[in-house]
Write a protein of this length. Structure first.
Length: 154
């Protein structure tokens, strides 16, 4: 991944992380997202613009009502959408979510969640993506989402 300097005073980026060089595509962690690792879901690029994300539910993913937390499901979908866009970009480009609309349809408290993601329109600067998350093995639809991502040249 790109080189970072921590805690650099910066009015534009108050968090203090500043990218000091472009990400290196040959780095084994290139394109990885630490929150994905923390939550424990897998991403599989089926083809450019097509991704499947899979999460085996654990107790830590559940809210106090015993179903998967909305933030967990949103993160699964948003990360998979980003990976789908990223899979279509040139080496000197990155992407960022501009807008994500998620409709939660049903809760689930055990088993596996699978999200199927597809790029539906890819422009030079804006990419539109859709996702459908369902419970396995019965394929109950849990959430649907659409998003737009910005394509950023490094």
């Amino acid at each position: 991944m790109g080189k970072f300097r921590r805690n650099v005073p910066n009015l534009i980026n108050p968090g203090g992380f500043v990218i000091t060089e472009a990400p290196d595509p040959s780095d084994p962690d290139y394109g990885e997202f630490p929150l994905r690792t923390f939550l424990g879901f897998d991403l599989d690029v089926k083809s450019p613009g097509e991704v499947v994300a899979v999460l085996d539910l654990e107790e830590r993913h559940l809210n106090p009502n015993g179903v998967v937390g909305g933030g967990v499901l949103f993160t699964l979908i948003d990360t998979a959408m980003g990976k789908a866009v990223f899979s279509m970009l040139n080496e000197d480009q990155i992407c960022a979510s501009l807008e994500v609309s998620t409709r939660f349809l049903k809760g689930v408290g055990s088993g596996k969640i699978e999200a199927d993601v597809s790029v539906i329109k890819a422009g030079r600067r804006i990419v539109t993506v859709e996702a459908r998350a369902h419970a396995e093995p019965d394929h109950q639809l849990l959430a649907v989402a659409t998003a737009t991502f910005a394509v950023i040249d490094l």
